[in-house]
Write a protein that binds this ligand. Structure first.
Ligand code: PHE
Length: 350
């Protein structure tokens, strides 16, 4: 092998070994650069005769072209490899099964509200919804709690814009205003019957929803839930309340091993009034009295504000805490967990 063939060979090898375009440019400089091997050979021509120059120059040129060809081939190969790698990296595998969209679930308190609606629905109760921004009249006055009534201080109320200076609008502190709203609507829709001196169909309704009080700790949240219940008719008694609420609790907690206690209490809109406590006879909560609702026979003044004659219509109301019921049902010990929006907590209820 002559000297030039050997040079071409070593250039090919050098290019072949270059793994990156930068390596290749370095290898190129060794052979084709300003002080590269080919340039050196060209410089050597200066000392030759014209004929010798021609012959030797032609051979050097051939070698140079062979080296350039090898260089270009390697450049192309490296570029192809890079493109290949890129295509592979960015490839979209259309045969891969798609990612499943994450499945959401109902909030535990929503699950409880659905349960409550289902159980009371099966006992013939309608479900009513009402506004969370409420007037002083529906939240307090119509519920036998006039201005300056000390019972108003039982509720730490959020007041909002609107209403009058003496009776500003507020965020409802309980769902009880729905007693009035729903009853008035019911009475109006049976106006003709009532005017004819006949008895209207009973009011049997629950009103679940959000309520607000200035209060915040492990068992109180400024926003919480209540569910109101109201049953008004010509002959509805406290006994009915006991039966209905006992039935509800046993169905809700899926346990007959559960007793209720009606503990005398005070609410301006019921008389007599009672707190309803429950006690499990077995299980982790056994033996403790747990308060779940306020209740009572609807006060004659409230019946009057519904547009009904308290001599003819009587009934009971209750207000329970779905948040509390959810905590008891699932064994949750901090109410705030329900409203933190932590997916690790919430996904356990799916
Ligand atoms: N509204 C009362 C409360 O928030 C509960 C209640 C409702 C009591 C209906 C009696 C009758 O504490």
């Amino acid at each position: 092998m002559n000297e030039l063939d050997a040079l071409v060979d070593s250039a090919r090898q050098g290019f072949e070994q270059a793994a990156t375009p930068a390596d290749l440019e370095n290898a190129k400089a060794v052979f084709l650069g300003k002080s590269g091997r080919i340039t050196e050979l060209m410089k050597g021509l200066a000392s030759l005769s014209i004929d010798e120059k021609k012959a030797r120059g032609a051979v050097i040129n051939q070698a140079k072209q062979a080296i350039e060809a090898a260089l270009n081939a390697r450049r192309q190969a490296l570029a192809d490899a890079e493109l290949d790698a890129q295509l592979k990296a960015e490839a979209l595998d259309v045969s891969l099964p798609g990612r499943q969209a994450g499945q959401g679930g109902l909030h535990p308190v929503s699950l409880t509200l659905e349960r409550i609606e289902g159980i009371f629905g099966s006992m013939g109760f309608d479900v009513a919804q009402g506004p969370e921004i409420e007037s002083d009249w529906f939240n307090f006055t119509a519920l036998n709690t006039p201005e300056d009534h000390p019972a108003r201080s039982m509720h730490d109320t959020f007041y909002v814009e609107g209403g009058s200076a003496k009776a500003p609008n507020l965020l409802r502190t309980h769902t009880s205003p729905m007693q009035i709203r729903h009853a008035v609507q019911h009475v109006n829709s049976h106006r003709a019957l009532l005017d004819a001196g006949e008895t209207m169909p009973e009011i049997r309704v629950i009103a679940p929803g959000r309520t607000y009080r200035v209060d915040s700790d492990a068992t109180h949240s400024p926003m919480f839930h209540q569910c109101e219940g109201l049953w008004i008719g010509a002959n509805v008694s406290f006994k009915d309340l006991k039966v209905v609420f006992t039935d509800f609790c046993r169905t809700f907690f899926e346990s007959d091993d559960l007793v209720l206690r009606f503990r005398p209490s005070f609410f301006p809109f019921t008389e007599p009034s009672a707190e309803i406590d429950i006690q499990f006879q077995s299980g982790p909560l056994a033996g403790r009295w747990l308060e779940v609702a306020g209740s009572g026979q609807v006060h004659p003044n409230v019946v009057r504000n519904m547009g009904l004659d308290p001599e003819k219509y009587i009934g009971f109301a209750f207000g329970m805490g779905p948040d509390r019921l959810t905590m008891l049902r699932y064994g949750v010990n901090d109410l705030r967990l329900f409203f933190d929006g932590d997916i690790r907590f919430l996904s356990q209820f799916q």
